[in-house]
Design a protein around this ligand. Sequence first.
Ligand SMILES: Cc1cc2nc3c(=O)[nH]c(=O)nc-3n(C[C@H](O)[C@H](O)[C@H](O)COP(=O)(O)OP(=O)(O)OC[C@H]3O[C@@H](n4cnc5c(N)ncnc54)[C@H](O)[C@@H]3O)c2cc1C
Length: 311
Amino acid sequence: MSVLVLVEHGEGRVKDSTLSTITAAGQLGPVHALVAGEGDEVQTAAQAAAKIAGVEKVLVANDPAYGQMLAENIAALVVPLMADHDAFVANATSNGKNVAPRVAAMLDVMQISEIVAIEGPDTFKRPTYAGNAIATVRSSDAKKVITVRATAFAKAAADGGDASVEPIGGAGDQGLSGFVGCETSKSERPELTSAKIIVSGGRALGSSEQFHALIDPLADKLGAGVGASRAAVDAGYAPNDYQVGQTGKIVAPEVYIAIGISGAIQHLAGMKDAKTIIAINKDEDAPIFQVADLGLVGDLFKIVPELTGKL
Ligand SMILES: Cc1cc2nc3c(=O)[nH]c(=O)nc-3n(C[C@H](O)[C@H](O)[C@H](O)COP(=O)(O)OP(=O)(O)OC[C@H]3O[C@@H](n4cnc5c(N)ncnc54)[C@H](O)[C@@H]3O)c2cc1C
């Protein structure tokens, strides 16, 4: 079974989530990496993809139509390539979740979403009910379209591979969508999905000022990424891309520090795979303590500055 992996990249670098997706894809068969984009950046990313251990071939589509990863254009690029591949595999990120369903629809197959394990060529495990149960699913489709939860698979080594790089053409702009603009928040802190430590704040922080005054210095001391509960995001204490959980980001850091977060199932769905969970909450019955390895019961406004000061 040959597998086509959609590579996510930026500034000429392959994203960490794709390294994990390549590990998953390698369990199905030889991996061909599709690097689509525009200009020098995509060429640099293709060279980086060729060095990833386990990649057999890199297909590079360099065209302005692919510069912004518009799903309509990328899916039209992928579908003809599926004549030579048995599976299409993408990250379960906003990008992958945008492209894969369209590819599945165009191939008239079902999508196998957000897998966390591969049991065989047609059998996969995936979370359901906000991660409270793991379903084993089997697909009888001849072509598989799969998204991968990156935190469930180890990253492939970024070096050590020696894949061939092959330029390909594509159908170009489908005229179905256009790129208007992109606003991203720039941060010196590690990106949430690849951070080793995450300090996350909840509704209890009470305001944006207090969120940043308490959470940021602790995160800076630890070299950590900053996350938030949905309640904190909805209240405007933290930006949307900080949200951890079922409708936010799925993270699996070494250490997750939940501060003033109750531990609703939708939040746990995004962070319960963290290796060590530390919770600070004034309510000793808060559900977060059921998943926490270490718990501090008390007022965060007292504990957090004290903790930050001692580090
Ligand atoms: C479909 C759906 C999807 C959702 N997706 C997500 C998601 O992706 N991510 C997510 O986080 N939520 C999500 N939610 C919302 C979720 O159900 C909760 O409402 C949310 O997680 C609660 O956030 P919180 O823990 O910050 O707030 P609360 O539940 O209000 O908890 C605040 C906690 O802070 C503690 N506290 C208060 N004051 C202090 C103090 N001074 N010191 C110490 N502790 C204090 C309290 O004891 C409490 O435990 C979703 C809900 C739905 C219905």
